[in-house]
Ligand binder design. Structure first.
Ligand SMILES: [Zn+2]
Length: 700
């Protein structure tokens, strides 16, 4: 996943060139130039009380900049309007990047409070911007004359994006309608925040306390040890504490022999936000959906999905449904055959029950052992986190000559964070990568790539990017280093792919960093392909104790098992994507019974009962909070792109220089500066085809 900080997608962050707002708050680091290496944020100086004054001043300064633009008596030019907007808001973007990022990695009640205030301030500020008639007038004039302005491809796209975003922000609405839109946006921003906060609290709330040894049956030592340490930390001496964060949940579902406890853990996870308590998200979500329909209608779109997809590679809801439906049928067939295999094991073992969703991981693990003789726990010792990181670095070195140098002199926001300087083969500085891989109480679940500053190059001033990779991977224990799972290895490569996309971007305008979500997963997902290539595994998968390279027999097992569980994984994903689509093609503004709507949606898609969608509505944070509404399909859409693109490497050579260079020039360096389909065609020579994906997942 790539997490966006949606608030100011088109506003920039540049190194502060003017010394603004020095008069007050002289110790507020946001009001100073950062005299740190590469002007990285001075985290040691940033305190909670610095954020709100910086937001206030940032908004005030940007408003002055907007005023200067609209009061400019000269006729609008690209430079005095678009470039001027792109340059504005430096302080605001600076504080917002740091705050949003830290609010996801190290939040607490004080940070949540600031988020509530800053979100409503920003929501109003953004509305003011998009509802400014004078600004729109200038942009519209430029847009109407764009053919005669001699713009570059990138300038043309930036201008078009502003024009469309203004129209989508309500620029063409009457005064009364604008006021209505403002109210909707404000209410949405509050609800969305509350939804996310509830999910976060739900993640931390659930505790399964095991008191008896026999209830640990089947669990790997590492899980038991971690649960014991967690229990000790909470004062449950002599007991074991299991939580529903993924690194705890998944091994529990895979290995716990206690069916009843598996059901409790699985349901606790799936029912987050649906417990009829103060963290319940049902009413919040149904209200969000109503507001989204109202917003879409106000702006002239039939559904919220139409509104969202206008700016995606997919373009329309019909295209998304037909894409998902094309892959649905072969996937259901595959999933049914997987159910059969597992039911056979249950029956042979004398279990007199039908496979249920909470049994899936447990019996899938058995199938894997029986059929592929692959026990994932056998792999962990070869996936020491540090070695995996070296692996992904080595792949980037072989492909593009990139170098990674750890920097201890750059300040971090948490002691668990590491900092790397990224350089070209010739030593030229590219940017900074912060890695932050372990779960903490204040961290949002999942993994993502973010930034403290995007790359840009306006008026000859090249700004280098500061990028973050955040995860919630298996932690070191008292007697072992961090040994991560196969899935976590893939996730690490995935987020690193996003980081490369941001690091190798070479565009002029900061606004060009914004990439449609159904294209943005191409650079991330393609990296996962390298992670599992035998040649690459030999480079990084070394036993943490002995340094022994992963044996060929284990590599063969990984390779043989690549079709394993693909029916399940693809189906639970498509089901969640369809659920997302169903919520966003609603045309009426009647509040819905969330559980009933969900049930109907699942029935309509024809999902088999042994599988639930990957997320249920009340904890589907991607579509409530993270900006993936009517966009969860994007990962699979991008998967078609990445499988198709990776075939070029398989054909020309895993580390073929020419193919790598073409991928860098046509995809990675371009950000969102050109139409994604055109960029893809420049790399591949034709439009993407679905065949490579079906073949890769064994669905053909
Ligand atoms: Zn991603």
């Amino acid at each position: 996943m790539k997490k966006y900080f949606h608030l100011l997608p088109l506003f920039i962050l540049m190194i502060t060139i003017n010394d603004q707002a020095q008069s007050q708050n002289t110790d507020n680091p946001f009001f100073k130039n950062w005299e740190t290496p590469f002007q990285t944020p001075p985290f040691n100086e940033i305190k909670t009380e610095h954020y709100l004054p910086a937001y206030e001043e940032g908004i005030r300064l940007q408003n002055l900049e907007f005023e200067a633009i609209v009061n400019n008596q000269d006729k609008p030019t690209f430079e005095n309007t678009i470039t001027a907007i792109e340059k504005s808001g430096q302080l605001l973007v600076k504080v917002n990047k740091v705050f949003s990022s830290l609010n996801s990695t190290d939040t607490d009640d004080a940070m949540q409070k600031i988020a509530e205030t800053s979100t409503s301030m920003l929501s109003k500020h953004i509305d003011d911007f998009y509802l400014s008639e004078k600004l729109f007038e200038r942009i519209k004039k430029l847009y109407d004359e764009r053919e005669s302005l001699n713009l570059t491809i990138e300038q043309n796209r930036v201008l078009e994006n502003y024009y469309i975003d203004f129209v989508r922000g309500g620029a063409n609405l009457s005064a009364e309608e604008k006021e209505q839109l403002r109210k909707i946006n404000y209410e949405l921003s509050q609800l969305v925040l509350k939804f996310g906060d509830n999910v976060r609290k739900e993640n931390n709330k659930f505790e399964l306390i095991i008191k008896q040894n026999e209830d640990l049956a089947g669990l790997p030592d590492a899980s038991i040890q971690a649960a014991k340490e967690k229990a000790d930390a909470k004062g449950y001496t002599g007991q074991w504490l299991f939580t529903i964060d993924k690194p705890t949940l998944i091994p529990f579902l895979q290995y716990s022999e206690n069916r009843q406890l598996r059901e409790i853990m699985y349901k606790a996870y799936m029912n987050r936000g649906n417990n009829n308590d103060e963290l319940d998200n049902k009413n919040i979500f149904s209200r969000i959906v109503v507001l989204r329909v109202e917003k879409a209608n106000l702006l002239g779109y039939k559904t919220y999905s139409d509104f969202i997809l206008q700016k995606k590679m997919a373009k329309t809801p019909e295209n998304v449904y037909s894409f998902l439906n094309d892959i649905w049928n072969p996937t259901v067939l595959k999933a049914k055959s997987e159910v059969e295999e597992m039911q056979k094991i249950i029956d042979t073992e004398g279990g007199k029950f039908n496979l249920e969703p909470w049994d899936w991981w447990y019996y899938a693990e058995k199938v894997k052992k029986e059929k592929y003789a692959l026990d994932e726990e056998m792999l962990r010792p070869y996936f020491q986190l540090e070695n995996v990181i070296d692996g992904v670095f080595a792949v980037s070195t072989k492909l593009w000559g990139l170098q990674f140098v750890e920097r201890k002199d750059i300040q971090v926001y948490n002691p668990e964070v590491k900092v790397f300087e990224v350089k070209e083969a010739d030593g030229k500085h590219i940017g900074i990568l912060y890695t932050d891989y372990f779960p903490r109480a204040g961290k949002t679940n999942g993994a993502w790539c973010g930034d403290f500053r995007p790359q840009s190059n306006m008026n000859g001033i090249y700004i280098t990017p500061l990028i973050t990779n955040v995860g919630n991977f298996s932690k070191p224990t008292s007697d072992k280093p961090a040994l991560i799972s196969l899935d976590e290895v893939r996730t690490l490569f995935h987020e690193f792919g996003h980081a490369l996309h941001s690091l190798l971007q070479n565009v002029t305008y900061p606004g060009s960093a914004s990439v449609p979500s159904d294209f943005v997963e191409l650079p991330s997902q393609i990296m996962e392909n390298w992670a599992m290539q035998p040649e690459v595994l030999k480079m990084y998968a070394k036993h943490y104790k002995t340094g022994e390279i992963i044996p060929k027999e284990l590599i063969d097992k990984i390779d043989n098992s690549r079709f394993f569980n693909q029916g399940f994984e693809t189906l639970e994903y498509i089901a969640a994507s369809l659920l997302d689509m169903d919520w966003h093609v609603i045309t009426d503004t009647q509040e819905k019974d969330v559980v009933q709507f969900e049930r109907e949606s699942i029935t309509k898609m024809g999902l088999i009962p042994q599988i639930w969608p990957r997320y249920l509505t009340t904890n589907f944070i991607h579509i409530a909070t993270w900006g993936y509404e009517s966009g969860y399909y994007s990962y699979l859409w991008s998967a078609v792109l990445d499988s198709d693109a990776f075939e070029s490497f398989m054909e020309n050579g895993l580390f073929d220089k020419a193919t790598a260079e073409s991928f860098r020039q046509n995809i990675l360096s371009k950000g969102g500066s050109e139409d994604p389909m055109e960029l893809y065609i420049k790399f591949k020579g034709r439009k993407p085809m679905v065949d490579a994906l079906l073949k890769k997942r064994g669905l053909n």
